[in-house]
Design a protein around this ligand. Structure first.
Ligand code: GLY
Length: 464
């Protein structure tokens, strides 16, 4: 947790962006796995974390826009809790840690909200993404759960995005610490990537590092020799010599700051020439995209530059043909690169996605495309100093998509399907780094994780 003044400053900054009423930020509650007392690993809501910093369940924060006060609602622990949980701080003690002077028991929240509404004051809230929070807000606000999103405050969403998307130094330190733990996770995966081992063993080791050196993973680990499936969460395969393995994983700190890194590894330690040819295209797209990421540049244009490089590389290998600018304008590259170049990252691995992706990655200057591939781009707007972004180009050979496009003769002027079919068992390659936009460019966060062909091969050959 940061010093109390950090949270006070953040709440005051939010207060300065809105007028009239109160801001209501509910924290998360415990979520049961298979019976009420057996709960999932608790994760606090990131907006609550940002403004109120406390990582315990069953809290709610209020920022009063009119009288300048902040309130925390939550209960003190009784002797029965303490028997099971050990001594616990009081609500007053917890509130003091984040600079809040006023606390109330949770059962007073309903009356507080009712009185606020009765006075005609606005209650600004963000759209809840968990069923239990939807039911809670529904009963407090008298709005049916399915209608809550219609009453969420766009002013509050925009104000939160404008603050959370600019990371300050203390946040960057946390994110870089998490990239350094991701370094350990990914180099371990490389060292373990030898024939005969299962994906599950590598997955378990990576998850263990995230738990022992950080606070767990920032999203379920994607680790597969079937890297053509973008988010492959099954880990049942045995690694065989010469196969490529995609490893997309990161971790989060106790305060919720994330990392998100992808590497692609040749099982056994040597890329074949065919793999190297595709790998070098993705690597060049990753490196060029990083070079092009600067303040004032639309990230959509960086995405399109990566798409151009991928198309030119595939044309040189005979898989694509024709004019590459026209191919990218038509969306033909999306057969191989069907996702966006990246997303913002911070307290959420897809930062603030719960507020609505269009509020985070798009604005009045840039609207989401409906074109297949480009439509999945999560971050398109102009880059600003303080943005933390992932840069994650990839090339995938997805048999079902290739078959579908071929049957439809889609973009046949740009794609040589006979050549593409020689890659149906290739898998996929993705290379991802986390970068900070600086006043004069950007920098890659954390300790460099092997990425060149030679460095990845050397890391694999080290063994574990
Ligand atoms: N790295 C996983 C994701 O961005 O969804």
């Amino acid at each position: 947790m940061f010093e109390a003044s950090v949270y006070t400053h953040r709440r005051n900054a939010l207060r300065s962006l809105l007028k009239n009423g109160i801001i209501f930020l509910p924290g998360n509650t415990e979520a049961p796995m298979n019976y009420p007392a057996n709960t999932y690993h608790f994760r606090q809501d990131s907006n609550f974390l940002y403004f109120f910093g406390l990582t315990q369940p069953d809290l709610a924060g209020i920022i009063d826009l009119d009288n300048g006060t902040d309130i925390l609602f939550g209960n003190n622990f009784g002797i029965e809790d303490i028997i099971w949980m050990g001594p616990q701080p009081t609500m007053e003690e917890r509130a003091a840690l984040v600079g809040v002077e006023s606390t109330h028991p949770m059962d007073e929240l309903k009356n507080y909200i009712a009185e606020t509404l009765a006075k005609g004051r606005q209650v600004h809230f963000i759209p809840p993404y968990r069923a239990e929070t939807q039911l809670w807000l529904s009963s407090l606000l008298g709005i049916r759960p399915s209608f809550l999103k219609n009453y969420a405050s766009p002013q509050l969403i925009r104000a939160i995005v404008s603050l959370r998307e600019i990371k300050d130094e203390i946040e960057i330190i946390e994110i870089e610490r998490m990239v350094d733990v991701a370094h350990m996770m990914h180099t371990t995966a490389m060292q373990m990537a030898h024939p005969g081992i299962t994906e599950q063993e590598i997955f378990g080791r990576m998850e263990g590092i995230a738990l022992s050196k950080a606070h767990g993973t920032s999203f379920p680990i994607i680790l597969s020799v079937n890297g053509q499936t973008l988010h492959n969460h099954s880990h049942g395969n045995v690694l065989t010599q010469g196969r490529l393995m995609v490893s997309d994983a990161g971790c989060e700190s106790a305060d919720g700051y994330c990392s998100d890194i992808t590497r692609t590894i040749p099982v056994g330690g040597k890329f074949s020439q065919k793999q190297k040819d595709i790998y070098q295209i993705v690597l060049a797209a990753n490196e060029t995209a990083i070079e092009e990421s600067q303040p004032g540049v639309f990230y959509r244009d960086v995405h399109l530059k990566a798409a151009l490089m991928i198309s030119a590389g595939l044309r040189d290998l005979g898989l694509m043909k024709g004019n590459v600018e026209d191919a990218v304008a038509a969306g033909a590259h999306a057969l191989f690169f069907p996702h966006g170049l990246g997303h913002q990252m911070g307290l959420d691995v897809h930062d603030m996605e719960g507020l609505g992706e269009n509020f985070v990655g798009y604005d009045e200057e840039v609207h989401r495309s409906s074109q297949f591939g480009l439509a999945y781009l999560r971050m398109a707007k102009r880059l600003k100093p303080g943005h933390v972004i992932t840069v994650e180009p990839g090339i995938y050979f997805i048999p079902a998509l290739i078959q579908q496009w071929k049957e439809q003769n889609l973009h046949a002027e740009f794609i040589d399907y006979a050549q593409v079919e020689k890659y149906l068992d290739f898998g996929g390659i993705r290379i991802e780094d986390d970068i900070l936009i600086t006043p004069d460019g950007c920098r890659i966060l954390g300790k460099p994780i092997p990425k060149s062909v030679a460095d990845v091969e050397t890391e694999v050959s080290r063994g574990l």
